[in-house]
Write a protein that binds this ligand. Structure first.
Ligand code: NAP
Length: 322
């Protein structure tokens, strides 16, 4: 009789593990049989909700919390240390809707140096693959993009355009991803990047995150559970490589606002007159690379419903406005 073999999942580390996307990755890893998960969280930030996730307290599971400031290489190293032969999901990066007082210190440094610290630690330890959470903010705005062409992974955010308009978040994400590709090439490290659009869905963490939605660099939306599934797919698919746009379609922000207002007429959703991004070419299967790897996307309507439901349940959204 053939012996039943169980494939043991390798140890992994998730940076920003207690944030919006990070929490969903931890949940998805647990659902998929990962038992050793290093949780890198900002010093004194609260990871307690992660221990309430299904399977988190099973005796087979080892969730190890590390207090990590991305700019402190030693603290990053400690979190990644136990992941030889495994993976790192580098998710942490400052996300804020406020204009920074000191953009370098608040956004750019933690994003860029943080990414380099994570990659250096991964290389030193012998991690098999790093899945880097980049963003569509590293792809757009790109005013030089060829007119009439659907945005794809070959698009990079125009840094001059963003710096001249003080749009520091896209600057931080673009510089971080570029630095990652440079490091990966020079050091022969296996890195795959995911570039999610605006993430919607249930909040697993107690506080609000900042899904950085501005119509000037909007491409579309995606359910956070699909982003987490995609991250795992990218880690587990040997042939995955390069950048992966992760969005359930490309369409105007005004169309999205229209959809939300129809789904929730009780809320005063802003209605735009005309297109918010003239010239943007709509596309249903813009995330072709991920779809080809086997990802299927949750309908945006379901993602909006899950978001509203979660915001209401957590008291972040008032009840019906009359
Ligand atoms: N949400 C979206 O729509 C979206 C779309 C595309 C890409 N992304 C990317 O996805 C990632 C996660 O975003 P999110 O939406 O999950 O936001 P989030 O909940 O704010 O998560 C960001 C995480 O990074 C941590 N962090 C920030 N600065 C740090 C530092 N210096 N050292 C250590 N940890 C630090 C935060 O810790 P504390 O909160 O405890 O300080 C938090 O856990 C980010 O890289 C973001 O750019 C997000």
């Amino acid at each position: 009789m053939a012996e039943k073999t169980t494939t043991r999942k390798p140890p992994v580390c998730v940076t920003g593990a207690n944030g919006f996307i990070g929490s969903w990755i931890v949940k998805t890893l647990l659902q998929n049989g990962y038992t050793t998960i290093h949780l890198s969280i900002f010093p004194n930030s609260d990871p307690s909700h992660l221990f309430s996730l299904p399977g988190a307290t099973s005796s087979a599971v080892n969730l190890i919390v590390h207090q990590v400031n991305l700019v402190d290489a030693a603290s990053v190293s400690k979190a990644v240390e136990g992941c030889a032969g495994g993976g790192v999901f580098h998710v942490a990066s400052p996300c804020t809707l406020e204009d920074p007082v000191d953009p370098e210190a608040e956004l750019v440094d933690p994003a860029v140096k943080g990414t380099l610290n994570v990659l250096a630690a991964a290389k030193k330890v012998g991690v098999r693959r790093v899945v880097l959470t980049s963003s569509i903010s590293a792809m757009v705005p790109n005013p030089g993009w060829v007119e009439g062409r659907v945005f794809d992974e070959s698009s990079w955010t125009d840094l001059d355009y963003c710096t001249s308009r003080q749009k520091w978040y896209p600057v931080s994400k673009t510089l971080a991803e570029k630095a990652a590709w440079d490091f990966a090439k020079k050091n022969e490290l296996d890195v795959v990047a995911i570039n999610p659009a605006t993430c919607l869905g249930q909040l697993l963490q107690p506080g609000l995150n900042a899904s950085y939605t501005q119509e000037y660099h909007w491409l579309g939306a995606v359910h956070v559970q699909d982003v987490a599934k995609a991250q795992l797919l990218l880690f587990e698919s040997p042939n995955a490589s390069g950048r992966y746009l992760c969005t359930n379609g490309i369409y105007q922000f005004s169309d999205f606002a229209d959809k939300v207002s129809k789904l929730f007429p009780e809320f005063p959703v802003h209605r735009f007159v005309g297109e918010t991004q003239p010239g943007l070419v709509a596309c249903k299967d813009a995330a072709k690379k991920l779809i080809e790897l086997g990802l299927s996307f949750t309908p945006v309507e379901d993602a909006v419903r899950d978001t509203v439901c979660s915001l209401k349940a957590k008291g972040f959204l008032g009840q019906e406005q009359s």
